[in-house]
Design a protein around this ligand. Structure first.
Ligand code: NAG
Ligand code: NAG
Ligand code: NAG
Ligand code: NAG
Ligand code: NAG
Ligand code: NAG
Length: 484
């Protein structure tokens, strides 16, 4: 007994010998309304989910008392130079990021107050509420050498080869087999959803849309027509089929470009964590919100399905994956071979009862990879958005890519060059936006391919991000700022 207690007690001490240098969190949004009806909105339940997840990450990385606190990170008042938070211009993802941040840095009360020249003390409203900008322009998440020009932003940030690859899913043997074998299943559930998915739409082609509609309804609707048809087994089948469909669109081992969203994410993770190591940067925590499709693409590329087939499934709302950079050295500037990366994943809201757990990436037997191994494995799957390699792999020759194909689009290339006078800070922000734009633009395209074209009263599917048109909305805002 006594020995056991001692052993257990020694575990936190061993952990404490580690110093966390930085982390990168990629999170899905919380519970939302169905994509079948526009506009999709974050629900109160969804806000609670991401808020709780943010609180859990606070207890892991920010809290002064945490043994796994990120080295030197500000505990009470958010220091914007230490954070990079990005979410696409989508209300569900933006809102999720906002609530997550309230968990991470809750209102600080009198700590968030100031003394004025005349002696009066003013506390920020809402109990010292902390406003942490999402897509903050105060941080750069990529090196200035990786800056992209505005021509890229204004061009189509999609990846044609990836769209082609996803489209090929609809021509695959796997797809046709399921389309046929599930026909009766989907028709048998018509009484539940025919108001929204009439007979001709009730097929495997719309596996995700149907699943989403039913899934949301089972959470929010007190009554569902013919709900007796929604047996646990039928609900499971709807979910399984949606998982197969979405993983099919997001990843195919023999066509890695299909998972380009995961590749661009991988590149962003490496460059971001690398900047946390380099002493020139104060950035310690990078938080991105994005769609489940990016999780799936990254899971496929990093060989997580070999660890568990669960990694081929759509992740739950508010799920998060985290890349934790740490050192076992007590030196203030550890050498590269004393730095390690650990991957964690929480399916659904991270909390004490559902903590993020470690998993081995890249078929390795260890969950703690030396930084150099991590980088070389990540680089095998990474594509930096807008880089020459990306342009090549995507078969894209316009926009920023025109720079690499001068003969083919001299005019566009010349326009791109005129934007080179931007400051490094602005360039870095734009770089981050481009990276994200690439991830999200691709999602938009994939989803477009998967295309739900249902009844007329439904406007364009509002989705998580997906319909942010490539190079539009927030991205063009960024580029106009840059021009100003
Ligand atoms: C001090 O300055 C603030 C801001 O101008 C003002 O609202 C407040 O009334 C002043 N207090 C006193 C005691 O003058
Ligand atoms: C996409 O597919 C079309 C038709 O098969 C082909 O013509 C085009 O070159 C492909 N584009 C890319 C970027 O792979
Ligand atoms: C994956 O790619 C291979 C080779 O192109 C193809 O035969 C297979 O049908 C694809 N599978 C899916 C699910 O798209
Ligand atoms: C659930 O309720 C919403 C809002 O009233 C409705 O649009 C939807 O059709 C319902 N779902 C089902 C399965 O009936
Ligand atoms: C990390 O950053 C340093 C300094 O900017 C750079 O020389 C190095 O190549 C980067 N390493 C990786 C893996 O990106
Ligand atoms: C996450 O949970 C969903 C069910 O809610 C499941 O289908 C999926 O396999 C889980 N994923 C992982 C990686 O555990």
């Amino acid at each position: 007994m006594h020995t056991k207690a001692l052993l257990l007690a020694s575990i936190p001490a061993a952990t404490a010998a580690e110093t966390i240098l930085g982390a990168y969190i990629f999170s899905r949004h919380g519970d939302r309304t169905t994509k079948a009806y526009s506009p999709t909105k974050l629900t109160a339940l969804g806000a609670e989910q991401v808020y709780l997840s943010g609180s859990w990450y606070r207890s892991r990385y920010i809290d002064e008392k945490s043994s796994t606190r990120i080295n030197g990170i500000s505990s009470d008042l958010a220091d914007l130079t230490e954070l990079a938070v990005t979410a696409p211009a989508d209300n569900v993802l933006q809102g999720s990021a906002g609530f997550f941040l309230q968990g991470l840095y809750p209102p600080a009360g009198s700590v968030n107050s100031q003394k004025l020249a005349n002696g009066t003390t003013i506390e920020a409203p809402l109990s010292g509420y902390q406003y942490i900008p999402v897509n903050s322009a105060t941080v750069t998440s990529r090196g200035s050498n990786q800056a992209e020009s505005s021509a890229w932003l204004q061009g189509n940030s999609g990846c044609p080869a990836a769209v082609n690859s996803s489209q090929a899913y609809y021509q695959s043997k796997e797809y046709f087999e399921l389309l046929g074998s599930t026909k009766e299943f989907y028709q048998s559930l018509l009484p539940v959803y025919e108001s929204t998915f009439p007979s001709e739409s009730a097929t495997f082609k719309n596996a995700y849309s149907i699943f989403d509609y039913i899934h949301v309804s089972t959470i929010h609707n007190t009554s569902i027509p013919s709900s007796n048809l929604l047996t646990p087994s039928n609900l499971q089948t709807l979910s399984d089929l949606a998982n197969i469909h979405e993983f099919g669109l997001g990843y195919n081992a023999s066509s890695p470009i299909r998972a380009v969203a995961g590749s661009v994410l991988a590149s962003h993770i490496v460059s971001t964590l690398n900047s946390s190591i380099s002493s020139s940067s104060s950035q310690k925590l990078n938080i991105q919100f994005g769609p489940y499709g990016t999780f799936g693409s990254f899971f496929g590329l990093s060989q997580l399905p070999a660890v568990s087939s669960d990694f081929t499934a759509i992740v739950d709302y508010a799920s998060s994956m985290t890349f934790e950079l740490f050192t076992t050295s007590s030196s203030s500037s550890p050498s590269e071979n004393e730095v390690f990366v650990r991957f964690l994943f929480a399916n659904g809201t991270a909390s004490d009862s559902n903590p993020a757990k470690v998993y081995p990436l890249f078929g390795q037997d260890k969950t703690e990879l030396p930084w150099t191994t991590f980088v070389s494995e990540m680089n095998k799957i990474a594509l930096e958005g807008g880089s020459k390699e990306w342009c090549n792999a995507c078969g894209e020759k316009t926009g920023q890519c025109a720079d690499y194909y001068p003969a083919e689009s001299a005019g566009v290339a010349a326009a791109a060059k005129s934007g080179n006078g931007m400051s490094n800070a602005v360039a870095g922000v734009i770089g981050a936006m481009v990276t994200l734009g690439v991830v999200l633009g691709l999602q938009a395209l994939i989803l477009g391919v998967g295309g739900l074209r249902l009844t007329k009263r439904r406007k364009q599917d509002p989705s998580e991000v997906f319909q942010v048109p490539a190079g539009k909305t927030s991205f063009s805002d960024t580029s106009s700022t840059q021009k100003a």
